[in-house]
Design a protein around this ligand. Structure first.
Ligand SMILES: NC(=O)c1ccc[n+]([C@@H]2O[C@H](COP(=O)([O-])OP(=O)(O)OC[C@H]3O[C@@H](n4cnc5c(N)ncnc54)[C@H](O)[C@@H]3O)[C@@H](O)[C@H]2O)c1
Length: 388
């Protein structure tokens, strides 16, 4: 491997815009050990527009492709792929890249189902290439500071986690509203970030008991103009779960819902034996009262030069730039990855434990989800993809 990673961006939609910004941020800080050599999207105009944006800062324009097979066949200098496609396409796009010996970073969640994700882990292992999940939330200053507060015992032993987001959304969010395209609703799509934070801040979740509901069977095509009509949807809009953590007494209450008329509310907090950490307020522990800003400032002050460079390289605070740098360094220098494919698989297992528990009406162990031993909810999705 040379000291430059040649990357193809596959899936030039909404989230990939943030990846362009992340690459630009690295480039502008003289972190230039990569080249974007190709942009690929089934919508040619999207790939062309991204190629133009890349050319603006990189100086060279990536080649444009409309399918992965042609990209892999023709782009002979390709080392790695940065993939950000719709959930149903994750494994379909990633598997040929891995099988062609390309390193892959893929947007969360790893795959549309656990079975599809397992195929990706196996293919990466077989080809001996890196598989990385573009999980960015834990890289934010706020989450690094939260993690530091918990790790250094500011609130004692974590006892109870409350993660409650209750609000209202009735507008139509394209493919995300359809199980066969997205796998599931917000508990998977956004929830996998939160599941990753549970693992990062507290540790592995061992068991989940959950109930899900789809209260609104449709969304407004245009929320400002109800006469534009309604579109049928089939993902959940309410989820209430109890989480048990592994090898410790910690329990969690996890609620995500977008079906609350009137007034939404929320609480993200960990209560421990010595105090509490609140995502809004900061730390309350005995006489210690730290606002969020004070907590983050204290955390930054505590960092050695080396730690500061590790978390916020060159003073960059963009979490997408962080995850892209982690991937590039892992491939070029065999540096460790915080969120590799296995970590992504385990975070996703917490989400699927929710859906499988709701489908079976009983508590579900995450180990059984990882082992593909419970697939009641996922079965028809897997069948539709020819995965069983
Ligand atoms: N990390 C985050 O905070 C975050 C935020 C939003 C989305 N995401 C994730 O990013 C991914 C993409 O989401 P999005 O919001 O950008 O969706 P999107 O619909 O805006 O973009 C998806 C793109 O993929 C393209 N595409 C679909 N199938 C393809 C294929 N076979 N080959 C090439 N291109 C293909 C589409 O044409 C589209 O341009 C999802 O996995 C989503 O969960 C992550």
């Amino acid at each position: 491997m040379s000291d430059q990673l040649n990357i193809a961006m596959i899936g030039c939609g909404g989230m990939m815009g943030a990846h362009v910004n992340g690459f630009r941020e690295l480039w502008n800080h003289d972190l230039r050990n990569f080249r974007i050599v190709a942009c690929c999207d089934i919508r040619r105009e999207a790939a062309e527009a991204f190629a133009d944006q890349i050319a603006d800062f990189q100086g060279t324009r990536p080649a444009v492709y409309t399918d992965v097979e042609t990209l892999l066949a023709q782009q002979s200098d390709l080392d790695a792929c940065d993939i950000s496609v719709t959930h149903r396409e994750h494994h379909k796009v990633t598997l040929p890249c891995l099988q062609a010996g390309k390193h892959v970073t893929i947007e969360k969640p790893l795959a549309i189902t656990m079975r599809a994700g397992k195929l990706m882990l196996d293919a990466a292992a077989q080809s001996g290439v890196k598989l990385h999940v573009a999980e960015n939330y834990r890289r934010a200053l706020s989450e690094r500071a939260n993690n530091w507060a918990i790790r250094t015992g500011r609130i004692g032993e974590p006892w109870m986690v409350f993660w409650i987001d209750a609000g209202l959304r009735r507008w139509y969010w394209t493919w995300r509203e359809h199980r066969m395209e997205a796998g599931a609703g917000w508990t998977l799509d956004g929830g996998v970030h939160f599941a990753d934070l549970f693992r990062y801040h507290i540790g592995p979740v061992s068991e989940v008991y959950a109930v899900t509901r789809a209260f609104w069977p449709h969304r407004y095509r245009d929320e400002k103009d109800p006469s534009a009509g309604l579109i049928d949807v089939d993902v959940e809009d309410a989820m209430i779960a109890t989480l048990k953590f592994e090898d410790r007494p910690t329990v969690g209450q996890w609620t995500l819902t977008s079906a609350c008329l009137g007034e939404g509310w929320g609480k993200r907090a960990v209560f421990g034996s010595e105090g509490m950490l609140d995502w809004g307020m900061g730390v309350r522990a005995g006489d210690v009262v730290l606002s969020r800003g004070e907590l983050e400032a204290e955390f930054l002050d505590s960092l050695s030069e080396e730690e500061r460079e590790k978390y916020f390289p060159c003073g960059i605070f963009d979490t997408i730039a962080h995850e892209l740098k982690e991937f590039i360094d892992a491939v070029l220098y065999d540096a460790p990855m915080e969120t590799d494919g296995v970590e992504g698989y385990k975070a996703e297992a917490i989400c699927y434990a929710v859906y499988e528990s709701a489908a079976t009406g009983r508590p579900v162990k995450t180990a059984d989800i990882e082992a593909l031993a419970v697939e009641e909810y996922q079965r028809d999705i897997n069948e539709s993809l020819g995965l069983v």
